[in-house]
Design a binder for this molecule. Sequence first.
Ligand SMILES: [Zn+2]
Length: 299
Amino acid sequence: MKTIGLLVLAGALLGTPAAWAGDDAISVIKCSNCAEWNQPQRPFNVAGNTWYVGTGGLSALLITGLQGHILLDGALPQSAALIEQNIKALGFRIEDVKLILNSHAHFDHAGGIAALQAASGAVVVASAHGAQVLRDGTIGPDDPQYDPAHPSRVSRVAKVRSVADGETLSVGPLQVTARLTPGHTPGSTTWTWTSCEHGRCLDMVYADSLTPVSADGFRFTGDANHADRSVAFMASIDKVAALKCDVIVSTHPDFTDTMEKQAAKTATHNTFIDPDGCRKYAAEARKRLAARLAQERKG
Ligand SMILES: [Zn+2]
């Protein structure tokens, strides 16, 4: 597989691809937020065996175990090397990552997965919809951000398996459960597991994006080409609010104050523990979606 040096993204959204040169792997994506998102970030402990190994603006979590590790998300293509360095800096080996789980198959969370899979040999797991996007290397017309002139692409991923809602995946004693939370994309997935520290086991949540971001003209309330998504989207938000949740980390770390929590964390006080975290995240999402739906219904 040949590697394209640069994929240039332009556009009003988080970045809609402006150029694409074929089916090959993408090593760098440029978008309006990409440089800021890809700032290097020193890895840190979230709780127990859960570590933040992402970049300054895009989350990736490592759950570690004696029989292998689980990595959540791969950020941008150009983030893969940073994530790999972060895993190494913590004293873990990329080769011991057995599973790579995806939140949703947009370039800013799945872009680095192909390279991380190549480095680790891990099996990649996503929702059925997400897995299909990762195999195809492109989002389709059912994605709110689909722009036919500039379809968003990710490097195609080999060895992707799909997971059902509520299904639990294991690596040795590690167990992570998929919670389908469609809305931001049709395949959006929130992941839950437990991490134990100081004799207490915490309910951990890696919450997928719940933002109603779309290409121009797309309506979450439906149109001639799309069914209404608003009810399912609200249900996903309610589902996140109702999760057993001691610690939440969102795909974009700023949505759950990840860096602020890290800065305030001490050896005796884990500031990531917040039993209201999921409800707060959901409440913000509910407000944003309600505003979007009201705007669609007005105009
Ligand atoms: Zn997205």
